[in-house]
Each structure stands twice: as C-alpha cells, then as structure tokens.
Design a protein around this ligand. Structure first.
Ligand code: PEP
Ligand code: MG
Length: 816
C-alpha cells in the first residue's frame, strides 16, 4: 500500500480530515502521517515536518502528499527536495483536501497504485459537482471498461444508499478480484462508472430503493459480482437490527411484474406437482383404532353377531377380488392373496368363537383374532412377516364394515376422483392408480415429501399443506391446480371446461439437455423401482441420475437376498444400455423406513440412523448390496455409478469409496444432502469421483424443518437463500476439483431453479421423468451466462420469493 501524508495549516483540521477518511476503511487503511502547524499551537506549515512525515510512511509503492492551501503546497515542495530516496516515489496531489483525502485513503486501502490513487483523489469533487449540477461540460468519460460478461441488478436497502462508507466497502471488496466492474444507477439512466473509483461511485447518486446495475468482466467477474450482491443484500451492514426493513434485494429496475408466487402466505396450500385436474373428492379414510371395551353380549345376541362377522369378511374379500380384476402384474397377485386372507376360515372361525364363547362384540373379536395371527407371522419372520401390513389392512376393513364406516386406506374406485388425505405413506402413494386418481391433496407434506415426489413420478397434480382439506365435503367437485396450489371447490361449468382443456399437457424432451449457447447439461430421470423405468424411457431421459433402491424393498420384513437384488437392479440397468445409471445404496429411515433395518423406536428418526449410517450397524447389508450392484452392472451395458446417501463426513466418503473398490465398483460418488457434506464438499470430492446434491434433505437439514410437515413447507424450499448457498458451495467444489456434481433432489425439476443450478456449475440434473420437458425447454431458451447471473442474484436474495423473482427476470429468454 502507498503511504499518505496530510499537510495542513491546522493540526485540528488535518486530524479531523484524517479521522473522516479512516472512518471509511477502518484498520485496513494505508499508513497516514500528519504534518500540520508551524510550531506548537501556531497555524502554519513546516517543510521539515512534511519531510519527516514522508519518511514515516515511506513505502516502495510511493507516498502521496495531500495539502490544504497556500504555504502548505510550498512546504511540501521544499520537503520533496529533502527526500532523496530514489526507491520511494513521492507525489504532491492537487486534489481537494477533504474529498481528495477520503478518495485517496479508500483507493489506497484497496491496494491501488500511486498513479491510480492520485487520479482518484484529483477527481474527488465529482460527486459534489454532480449533485449540485455543476459538472464539467465534457464530464468525465464513463470508463466502463471492457464489455461486461455478467450483469446483475440489485436494489439498495441501506438507509442512505451509496454514501461514503458503502462506497468504500464496495471499492475495497471489488479490489480483491481480478475483474473490471462498473456500476450504473438505473433510476438516473446515466452511463456506468468504474466501481474502483469511490468518487465516481458517489457521483452515481444511488439512494435507498434505487436499483443499480453492476456489470463485471474478467477472470473473477462472477466472484466479484457475488461479493457486491452480498454487500448490497446485507445493506452494507447498515440495516437496523430492530424493525429492519424486509430485505428485497436483487430486484431489477424498472421493476417487472413479479411472476405469481406460489408461496406467498405461510398457510396457503402448495402446488408440488404441476398440472390441472377436475374431479369429485374422495377422502382417504384413516384407520380406526382398536375398538373400545364393550359389555359382554348376551347368549341371545351371539349367533347373529357371529353371522355379521362372516358377512363382513365375505364382503371385504369380494371387494379385494374385484379390485384384483382391475389391475395386473404384481399388484394383482397381492390383492388376490389379500382377498384369500379376508376369507380365511381359520381367521373367521377364531373371531366367531370369541363371539359365541366369550361374548365379545364382533369388531373386538376380529381385532383380537387378527392380532393372534399377526403375532404368529411375526414369530415366523421372513415372507410371512412381510404380510403383516396386509393382515392389518384386512382387519381394518372388516372392522369398518362391521361398524358401517367407509373402508380405510386408498379408496376402491373405478370412477375418476381427487384423493384427499391427511398424509400419504410412500406405500400408499405407490399404490395409487393414476388412471382413476386425478389429483392428490394432502393436509401434511411439503414440496420435498414423498407424496410430492411420487405424485410427480405418477404425473398427478398434487397440492400439499392444504390444512382444511379434510373438511372439504366428500363428493364435491374440485379443480386442483398442482402448480399454484389453488383448489376451486364447486367450480362453474365454464371453469371446468377451461380446466379440462388444459389437463394433461406435457412438454416433451428431445433427449439432449443444453442451454441456448450449447452448454451441455445431462438431463436424467429419478427412478424408484424397475416398474418406474418405462416412464423414464418414454420421457427420453439421458439416463438415470438417481435410482432409489429402498423403494424396491418397502414391503420387505427381511433384507432382500443377493439374487433378488441383482434381478431388480439388472432390470433398470438393462433399460439404459450405454447410458448413465446412478444407483443409490439403501436410504432407509426417517420418511422411508424399511422394516428390516429401521428401528421403530427412534426419538428423532430424521436425525437418527438413516442413510449411510445404517451401514455402521449393519455393514453386511451394504456389502450384499454392493455385491449385487457389481454383479448386475457386469451383466448389463449401462454406465453404472454408485452413490451413498446421507453422507456427513469426509471419512464416510472415504469408507464408502473403499468398500466400493473392494467390490470392483469404480465410478463412486456420494450424495450431498447434509450441510456438513455441502461445506466440506471439496474434501469429500478428493475421495470420490462425483457428487449428487439431494436438495430435499439438504433443505430439510439446512432449514431445520421436517420435510414431511405441511406447516413448514415454506422453509423446506430449495429457493431459500441459505439452501442456495449450500448448493453453490458444493457445486463450486466440483468446478474446482474438475469432478461432476449433479442435482437429483426435487430442485432440479423446477425449470427456473434448474437454470440457477446450472449457473452454480451443476453438471447434470435428475428429476421425475415428467419434469424433463419443462426443464429442457427453459434451459434451451437461456444462455449459460444468464444462468450464472440468475444464480448470483438468487443466492444474494433475502428470501425464497425474492430469489425466485430475481432469477425469473434474469432468465427471460430474450435477455442475453
Ligand atoms: C434428496 O434428499 O434430495 C434426495 C434426492 O433423496 P430422497 O428424496 O430420496 O431423500
Ligand atoms: Mg435424501
């Protein structure tokens, strides 16, 4: 840094001017020496003092001497004659004393050369002149530097806009980057000025609420813009801590009409799977609890009561059979087996005898009789234990029939309907028949809950966090908008006709993801089982970015054997010869419990033994799975990658890579879905070949918000700037390491967010097949630079909604 000497007639004036300037840079400023006053208390100047001051701050970078007036200039000139060090250039500045000193101190603090500091100081009156309309006719040419590569527009939030201190912070921040940055105030429409010039920045006259356009070119342009965004969004540290204004950074001016926000109010239902549907409401009945105690039946009542059990069981068995006729494949087999269970004479006899011999009510008798069989199944384990949920389903249905209540669980209908439920377990959702179920509405669930994920996979419009949904009258017709979350009850004929006209429109994908300027981004499908592969192929997916293996075994009471696994994995690999298939090892626990590995009594399952942690306790499960993956991969031609879920430490990544290597698996990656993994991504990537961002869990853990809770849906939003920062951290680690980092969480399925992810450096995006077309279309309409600018603006925003609208404006297809 250069040194600065302040020469003044008045020591108090000199000190005050220095105090003012230092205020702008704090402790990071240049060395400053004062040479003021002739002798003790006498106004005047002294060449010797000036010479001593120059020696005091002398630096090989040079010394700039600022003077007030008259003899100060002469004393300084004389002092120059005493300073004979050829290695220290000393320059006398004709700059205005106070303004010049401030400009010089700020520029010097940013590491500028003596020439630059001197030039800056000389132009220091510009801000005042501009403000008072007293500019030089020719003005200072707006040196906007080389053509900008990136531009962002941000709104100033701090109370006084770009005044001295923020300007100083901006100049200092930018000086750390190899980038040429310019700033223009969109309100005044004046040409951009260089952002390394504090005086020029002051002259921009940007006030609170003004939007400035910041352009940057050079190797570190993006980083420089991020730094600017960051400062602006934080209000340069000047936002009041109490009653702070709502941060609304990163909105361009003139303010565009913001795209409709689907998440404006915290208690509004959220659209989580796009599309429109019309249909009558059918509520999913919740299972009844155990029937309460009742008085013993009299001998007279018993025979009729026993008869009712037979009738109810027969009716339930018939209903299962009717359902089995309407489906095929594995589902048909399961339903037929369940029908047999309902009509099982052993079960019926056991219940009947409780009625006839002990005087139990029919419902208590059925409950108890099924309980006995279930305990037996449980003792036997294996395939029998896997049937316990079916047994309970049979019990619940017979009891409901006996009590004259609607059957619990998914409605058994052949007519179209809109399913309304409090919540849906993955197993429920997987059984929904999309040919008759038109849409799903749930009270619970967030945008990344499995209801949402599976609804998207089924192509069903879905709305979650609809708090009052269970109060909607059964049978009433609704229009469900899975994009906006709107539910129109009892719509007019005209509304129905309009909605039906839009039902089922899907954008198609041509099979090669790229931005308008040709930047390739692989667009892949998420699959949950061999059954879901067909949709991925039909949608032209470039491969599979996430194969959720745990979904193959949701109904297993015991761990699947090697052969069963090999068969399941081969089916998926075989569907993508020569293409990428990234298979994830079991992600059991929390929202996806597997009976054979997940403890039923964990207090806090989302923070418990789930994902890769299950391998701590059951390493043999992981080893069998890796052996199965290696066998299946060797038998097929897919380009197989294998990754582990829920990694939190670098050691886990290394451990996983070593286990994979032991099975001959080489394309090894991990999921980044904990903040811990995101912020250590660069170290993790030293151990593995690739990473994939699980933004569903990353949002849940970053925001400390259960992804299944409807009430927290607004927090579980990948547009939350905190989540975006985590994502950016991981993507940048990938860019630096030169290793692929993709995204396979639901964030990738949101077209605008997909572009932001590409801007962060994501190399592939994996999503439910039906989302591919929409994402591909948006990417085709924007350039990589637009994606990067949108990413910068989004990450700098103060809220998810602002991030969304800031990105939306920058991603307009016509912008370049
Ligand atoms: C995720 O967390 O984003 C992810 C892809 O994994 P899952 O949704 O299966 O937990
Ligand atoms: Mg996850």
């Amino acid at each position: 840094m250069i040194g600065i000497v302040v020469v003044s007639h008045s020591p108090r004036l000199a000190q005050a001017a220095v105090d003012l300037a230092v205020e702008m840079v704090g402790v990071n400023g240049p060395a400053i020496a004062i040479a003021a006053g002739a002798s003790e208390g006498v106004i005047g100047t002294d060449a010797l003092k000036v010479s001593e001051a120059i020696a005091e701050v002398s630096s090989p970078e040079g010394v700039l001497v600022m003077m007030d007036l008259g003899s100060a200039v002469m004393s300084a000139e004389m002092a120059l004659e005493f300073s004979d060090d050829p290695d220290v250039p000393v320059r006398l500045s004709s700059a205005p004393f106070v303004e010049g000193l401030m400009a010089a101190v700020v520029r010097a603090a940013g590491g500028a050369t003596l020439d630059d500091v001197e030039r800056e100081a000389r132009g220091a009156l510009r801000a005042k002149q501009s403000h008072l309309g007293d500019e030089e006719p020719a003005g200072r040419p707006a040196d906007s530097g080389p053509a900008a590569e990136h531009t962002i527009q941000v709104m100033l939030l701090n109370p006084h806009g770009l005044h001295a201190r923020p300007v100083s912070m901006l100049v200092t921040a930018i000086s750390a980057f190899e980038a040429t940055v310019t700033v223009a105030n969109l309100r005044t429409g004046k040409p951009p000025v260089p952002a390394n010039s504090p005086t020029a920045l002051l002259a921009v006259g940007a006030r609170k609420g003004d939007t400035i356009s910041v352009a940057a070119a050079g190797r570190q342009a993006v980083a420089a813009l991020e730094a600017v965004s960051d400062l602006v969004c934080k209000g340069f540290g000047e936002l009041e801590t109490t009653n702070a204004p709502a941060p609304i950074p990163a909105l361009p001016a003139p303010q565009p009409e913001a795209p409709p926000s689907t998440k404006a109010a915290s208690n509004r239902p959220l659209g989580v799977s796009p599309g429109l549907a019309v249909g009558p409401i059918v509520r999913m009945q919740e299972p009844m609890g155990e029937p309460g105690p009742a008085a013993e039946l009299s001998m007279r009542e018993r025979e009729a009561a026993a008869e009712r059990i037979v009738t109810a069981a027969t009716s339930v068995a018939l209903a299962f059979r009717a359902k089995a006729v309407r489906v095929n494949g594995a589902a048909q087999g399961i339903l037929e087996a369940t029908a047999l269970m309902a009509a099982d004479p052993g079960l019926i006899d056991a219940a009947v005898s409780r009625v006839t011999k002990q005087g139990h009510t029919p419902e208590r008798a059925v409950w108890a009789a099924v309980g006995e069989v279930a305990s037996l199944f449980s003792e036997q384990g294996g395939l029998l234990a896997e049937r316990i949920p079916d047994l309970h389903d049979v019990r619940n249905r017979i009891v409901a029939e006996l009590l004259g209540r609607p059957a619990p669980g998914l409605p058994d209908r052949s007519e179209p309907y809109v399913l309304v439920a409090r919540d849906l377990a993955p197993a429920d959702t997987a059984l929904i028949d999309p040919k008759v179920c038109r849409a799903i509405v749930t009270v619970e669930g967030g945008p990344t809950s499995h209801t949402a994920i599976l609804a998207r996979a089924l192509g069903l419009p879905a709305v979650v966090a609809a708090r009052d949904a269970m109060d909607l009258p059964e049978g009433s017709v609704v229009i469900v908008d899975g994009t906006t979350g709107e539910i129109v009850v009892d719509p007019t004929d005209e509304q129905v006709v309009r909605a039906e006209g839009q039902v089922g429109r899907v954008v198609t994908f041509d099979g090669a993801g790229a931005t308008r300027d040709g930047h390739r981004v692989q667009l892949l499908a998420n699959v949950a089982s061999p059954d879901s592969v067909a949709a991925a192929i039909e949608a032209n997916a470039e491969g599979v970015g996430l194969f959720r293996t745990e979904f193959c075994f949701l109904d297993h009471a015991e761990a699947p054997g090697l052969d069963e696994q090999v068969a399941a994995y081969r089916q998926v690999f075989a569907a993508f010869p020569g293409k990428k298939v990234t298979i994830r090892t079991l992600d059991a626990g929390a929202d996806k419990p597997l009976a054979f590995v997940t403890a039923a009594d964990e207090v806090n399952p989302a923070l418990g033994i789930r994902g890769y942690r299950t391998a701590w306790q059951r390493p043999e499960l992981l080893d069998t799975q890796l052996r199965a993956i290696a066998t299946a991969a060797a038998a097929e031609d897919a380009v197989v990658g294998v990754m582990a879920p829920m990694i939190a430490t670098v050691d886990e990544s290394a451990d996983f890579a070593a286990r994979c290597a032991a099975h001959g698996l080489h394309n090894v990656g991990v999921m980044i879905e904990t903040p811990a993994a995101a912020i250590t991504a660069s170290s993790i990537l030293e151990r593995v070949d690739f990473a994939s961002l699980g933004t569903n869990d990353l949002a849940q853990y970053t925001m400390a918000a259960d992804r299944l809770m409807g009430e927290l849906a607004l927090l579980n939003d990948p547009w939350q700037p905190a989540v975006l920062r985590m994502i950016r951290e991981a993507c940048q680690a990938g860019v630096v390491a030169g290793k692929p980092v993709g995204v396979c969480g639901e964030a990738a399925a949101d077209p605008m967010l997909a572009a932001v992810l590409v801007g962060f450096g994501a190399t592939s995006l994996s999503m439910s097949p039906r989302a591919l077309g929409g994402v591909a279309k948006l990417l085709r309409g924007v350039t990589l630079n637009q994606c990067r600018d949108a990413a910068i603006a989004a990450v700098a925003a103060g809220s998810a909604d602002v991030a969304r609208s800031a990105a939306a404006v920058l991603l307009e297809p016509t912008r370049v």
